[in-house]
Every structure is written in C-alpha cells, then in structure tokens.
Design a protein around this ligand. Structure first.
Ligand code: IDP
Ligand code: MG
Length: 136
C-alpha cells in the first residue's frame, strides 16, 4: 500500500554558512524527494526554543537553541513514499562520526551539534513541525 508522507527538513546554519544549500537539495531530489515548499529565514532564540521544546530538559538545550538561531536556515517540506523514515535514513546518525557513508551528516556534518540537517522523527512531529514553519 502506498504511504506518501510529508516531512520537515531544515538545512541548519552550519551548512547554509558553507553554501551547501544546493548540494543538499540535489541529494534530496536524487533520492526522489519532492520539495513542495521551501523558505530561507532566521529564527530568534525564543522561536528556536519553541521549535526544540521536546529537548528542554537536555543539558545541550541552550546551546542547541543558540546555534539554531545563530544564522539563516532553509526549511523545506519534503514529500515521498515513507518520507519521514526515508529522510532520517538519508540524513544519517545525529553524530556525523557515527553516520553511515553516503549520508548527508557523514558528508557534511562537522560535529554532533553542527550536523547540517534536521528531519522530523515521526508523523506526529512532522505535522507539528510543518505547521510551525508553514502555517496557512
Ligand atoms: P536528531 O536531530 O538526529 O533527531 P535529536 O536527539 O533530536 O537528534 O537532537 C536534536 C539536535 O540536538 C541534534 O540534531 C543535534 O544538533 C543536537 N544534539 C543532540 N545530541 C546532542 C549532544 O549530545 N550534544 C550536543 N548537541 C546535541
Ligand atoms: Mg530529533
């Protein structure tokens, strides 16, 4: 049975800063993701804290929100069969050092915090995250 999904992808500040936007988008397109919507923006700290609220008890929460709000990001709605898992697989492990060869984080990630991309981790969070950036 077909299961076309939408997921939220973010090209994080470390990757935008290195002009990796087009290279990363090409990887998505080569892996049959459709980029339905996209925009470039900069979050303020409050907005980053809201976006990453699920991590508010983590020791790295403050640094994470500082980082996500430190520069421009590209947010995209990606669509594909099983888009959520497919994107997580293509991104690779959170820590680029542990990510498999060929994954976006292995290719471009600099460290566990500056790991170049975000991707929704469940259908429920995909809806919440898409709404966060593309509320109509
Ligand atoms: P994910 O991005 O692979 O879903 P999460 O566990 O949801 O990983 O963490 C969200 C983000 O928080 C990560 O992408 C990374 O930027 C940052 N992060 C996660 N774990 C650590 C850590 O141990 N130290 C610093 N930053 C971390
Ligand atoms: Mg996550």
């Amino acid at each position: 049975m077909s299961n076309i999904e939408q997921t939220l992808s973010i090209i994080k500040p470390d990757a935008v800063e290195r002009n990796l936007e087009n290279e990363i988008k090409t990887i998505f397109q080569n892996n049959n993701f459709k980029i339905l919507k996209e925009k470039k923006l900069k979050l303020n700290k409050d907005e980053a804290e809201q976006f990453y609220k699920v991590h508010e008890t983590k020791p790295f929460y403050n640094d994470l929100c500082e980082y996500l709000s430190s520069g421009p990001i590209i947010v995209m709605i990606l669509e594909k069969e099983n888009a959520i898992k497919s994107n997580r697989d293509l991104m690779g492990a959170t820590d680029p050092n542990k990510a498999e060869n060929g994954t976006i984080r292995k290719l471009f990630g600099k460290s566990i915090d500056k790991n170049s991309v975000h991707g929704s981790d469940s259908p429920e969070n995909a809806k919440i995250e898409i709404n966060f950036f593309f509320k109509t």
